[in-house]
Design a protein around this ligand. Structure first.
Ligand SMILES: [Fe+2]
Length: 306
């Protein structure tokens, strides 16, 4: 085969892949189901909807329709691990899309992208450097206070460097969360200390799953840690997976359920970690490949009696 023909085939294949990633897969939303054996023995299962990284702009009607459809799940609890908006005009559409989910018990933290408008940059740059440390000095230009105010007004618990409790289906859940470590806004010392031993379950919440912060949640006794940020790698290689995680966590835990094994909880066990691959992308990197946008319905079930 002539070199020119091979080049034409390569160019056509590349163009098809880019078109698929930007048009089809980016809008091919999935609802994952994951069971986590983390409740006290004899407890009824708890259904937790985990959403993350919507990066919503007002024109993303398919994304908004998918989020709106999640209300039909009637989860017991909703957890939003941040990067919800990507535009000054996105808070209204986001709140409208969440709709009936805001009537359920919920908790949230911010991601760095809730504070700063997305800026044009080489979409492949993340392959050789993370975006950590960007936005540590500028003034936020997105309406993060309005965003948090709307979710708080609906009754969702603000966990940005805060602790709190919710009673869900009669179960007392102790929470701790931090603002986004990716932009150095986490202040774990403000939530540090043993997780409430009287609660039926202890959950840690953050945006970027930085190992140093995960380890502190585990050492304080949080049995389940929920995070987002990685986008599951966003542009993955079939059969290989994510190329990068855009934070300190290893590629093997870029998305889905894993353990946080570096340190032990006070009871000698390890914590569960669930990292959401998220529902969106930066408007300046509008493509996902071999990594569908997702929300997750976590079913928390009793741990085996020991
Ligand atoms: Fe994100």
């Amino acid at each position: 085969m002539r070199a020119r023909t091979l080049t034409s085939i390569a160019v056509a294949t590349g163009a098809a892949a880019v078109g698929y990633a930007a048009v089809i897969e980016r809008n091919w939303f999935a609802l994952r189901h994951q069971e986590v054996p983390v409740l006290p023995p004899g407890t009824e299962p708890l259904r937790v909807l985990h959403i993350s990284d919507l990066h919503l702009t007002p024109g993303r009607h398919r994304l908004m329709a998918f989020v709106r459809s999640l209300g039909g799940l009637e989860p017991d609890l909703v957890v939003n691990t941040g990067d919800s908006i990507a535009s000054t005009e996105a808070v209204g559409p986001l709140i409208d899309s969440l709709g009936p989910l805001l009537d359920r018990p919920g908790v949230f933290v911010y991601g760095s992208n809730d504070l700063y408008s997305p800026k044009p940059k080489n979409p492949a740059r993340y392959l050789w450097r993370t975006s950590s440390g960007e936005h540590t000095t500028e003034e936020p230009d997105l309406p993060w206070e309005k965003l948090g105010g709307e979710m708080s007004a609906a009754g969702w618990l603000d966990l940005n460097n805060k602790r709190g409790h919710l009673t869900v289906n009669g179960l007392d859940i102790a929470f701790a969360g931090v603002h986004d470590p990716h932009s150095a806004r986490d202040r774990y010392d403000q939530v540090a200390g043993p997780a409430d031993p009287a609660a039926a379950l202890r959950i840690g919440v953050l945006h970027a799953p930085e190992p140093s912060v995960l380890d502190r949640f585990t050492a304080d006794g949080y049995e389940l840690i929920l995070a987002g940020h990685t986008h599951g790698g966003q542009l993955c290689v079939p059969g290989f997976g994510a190329l990068v995680t855009n934070c300190g966590i290893d590629r093997g835990r870029v998305a889905g359920l894993s353990m946080n094994p570096q340190v032990a909880r006070p009871d000698g066990k390890t914590s569960w970690l669930y990292v959401s691959a998220g529902l969106g992308t930066s408007p300046w990197a509008p493509a996902r490949f071999a990594c569908r946008p997702e929300a997750t319905l976590l079913t928390l079930v009793p741990r085996p009696a020991s």
